[in-house]
Design a protein around this ligand. Structure first.
Ligand SMILES: [Zn+2]
Ligand SMILES: [Zn+2]
Length: 491
């Protein structure tokens, strides 16, 4: 993985101190497109838990929850550092927001008969031991042809708007963008900037909170403070109230509602619902945008997603498969769950091979079979990477030897309206209901697929996730007393 700098030519409206568009080659666009393969949990950590409101709270809840609340040791790590199906391809990117390090996976001891590989430390091997031996993923030569990118193939240059619509460069495209902005040519200036890893992470962070991404990262002045504004409460105005098909699977929760304010104080639920919420962190952003029909409230990423499907870009992708990586990202089997209630296709994992000669000292796992192992020189044998390693589900528990596909232990939990998750405790409960002057009412809700998608959408666009997803707002607030079915409607 060669980290290098990319050059971006910015076209700026000097009178407004705003970037009109950036011009780049396919390498930079490839890096932008990789944002769609990035799981939400990784977006939260790259933005220092300071951009995605409720998801930040969800992420911090995973960090704060005691070890005893996770089914297995790797579960917390899976949520905080989720891997994604395109991570091997992303190693070819000139700048990789997923990390500038080799991939490290884990095996049991070299002499264990089970040929298992885990993407997380301390997963349980079939022999009963924990898999703690670090192995480094090495690749043969890259699959890329010279001149090809990771997702794109053409040598065209691209114009990228400040909110991430990408268009192959042409005179007409440039004039359209200048025309749309109502800019006179006399106030247009150009600026060349160099983009390294820190700049690309700054671009990613900005894209999550504002639509003036390049302006905020590269220009100084008024616009540079734009990022503070987005943190204002966002109300879902015309949110369709969900109504799941009664044949769906359901997970039951209880909403504790402040009668006077018609606001959910918290939800009381069991582990199944927490698994659903925590799973959000493992979803690649492209998967989220697809599940929400292109409208995730992450406007820049929505634009990027629409770009992949746009007509002008149709001939720019290497294959239909690379395009699928972006607009239909699949989840690894160990991130899927029948309980998550959101439909997802399973990614075909890469094949991994190791030399399993007893006492082999190599700590490399190869993506190509039958490569001569380092140990061959020492023990004079024909040691080759000829054993295909099976990927294990790190959620497999010692008690059953099976994965029941969940992350958290059996318990009762409390989730606030802005998605702070804590184990149930009376002191939390009394603190939460202390200010509900006219008391509270408990409302049971069945969560099916439509409700989960409504919650996912609200988690990205609201700070009152349950209230906005499940309570119908009263037009007049004077008599908005919630307490009987006629006043407070749950759908
Ligand atoms: Zn073992
Ligand atoms: Zn070997």
């Amino acid at each position: 993985m060669a980290t290098k700098s990319l050059i971006l030519n910015l076209t700026i409206d000097n009178s407004k101190n705003k970037v009109l568009f950036a011009e780049s080659d396919k390498d930079f666009v490839d890096v932008l497109l990789s944002f769609l393969t990035t799981p939400l949990g990784t977006l939260v950590s790259l933005s220092n838990k300071n951009s995605l409101l409720c998801l930040d709270n969800l992420y911090k809840s995973v960090e704060d929850l005691g070890d005893e609340y996770f089914k297995t040791t790797p579960c917390r790590e899976m949520l905080l550092r989720p891997n994604h199906a395109a991570e091997i391809d992303c190693l070819d990117l000139p700048l990789n927001v997923h990390g500038d390090r080799p991939l490290i996976y884990y095996t049991c001891s070299q002499n264990c008969a089970h040929e298992l590989l885990s993407l997380y430390a301390n997963a349980l091997c079939a022999c009963g031991s924990k898999m703690m031996r670090k192995v480094k993923v090495v690749r043969g030569s890259s699959k890329k042809e010279p001149g090809e990118g990771v997702f794109l193939k053409c040598a065209t240059r691209f114009l990228i708007t400040d909110n991430f619509t990408v268009i192959p460069a042409s005179t007409q495209a440039a004039f359209n963008l200048l025309g749309c902005a109502g800019t006179s040519l006399s106030s247009v200036v150009e600026k060349q900037v160099s983009v390294g890893l820190s700049e690309i992470i700054a671009i990613l962070r900005q894209s999550l909170i504002a639509e003036d991404t390049f302006t905020n990262v590269f220009l100084e002045g008024e616009n540079a403070n734009e990022l503070e504004k987005k943190n204002s409460p966002f109300a879902l105005v015309s949110h369709p109230k969900p109504c799941s098909d009664p044949t769906d699977n359901f997970v039951g929760i209880k909403l504790i509602v402040d009668k006077h304010k018609n606001k959910v104080l918290y939800a009381e639920c069991n582990q199944d619902f927490i698994d659903i919420l925590f799973s959000f962190l493992t979803y690649p952003s492209g998967f989220v945008i697809k599940s929400l029909n292109g409208k995730s409230h992450l406007t820049c990423l929505d634009n990027l997603f629409a770009t992949v499907l746009s007509k002008p870009m149709a001939d720019c992708f290497k294959t239909e498969e690379t395009k699928e990586y972006l607009v239909n990202p699949r989840l690894y089997s160990h991130f899927r769950s029948t309980k998550s209630l959101v439909k997802s296709d399973e990614a075909v994992p890469a094949r991994y091979y190791m030399c399993r000669t007893p006492d082999c000292v190599s700590t490399e796992v190869s993506l190509v079979p039958n490569v001569q192992c380092k140990c061959a020189r020492i023990n004079n044998k024909k040691s080759i990477t000829n054993k295909r390693m099976k990927i294990t589900d790190p959620r497999t528990s010692r008690a059953s030897g099976l994965s029941d596909q969940g992350y958290v232990s059996v318990a009762t939990y409390i989730v606030t309206d802005d998605l702070v998750v804590t184990p149930f405790s009376v002191s939390t409960l009394t603190r939460m209901i202390a200010n509900a002057s006219e008391g509270v009412v408990e409302i049971p809700v069945n969560i099916g697929e439509k409700e989960v998608l409504a919650l996912l959408e609200a988690a990205l666009g609201s700070q009152a996730v349950f209230t906005d997803s499940f309570l119908i707002k009263e037009e007049t607030t004077t008599n908005a007393i919630c307490g009987d079915d006629s006043d407070c409607v749950i759908v």
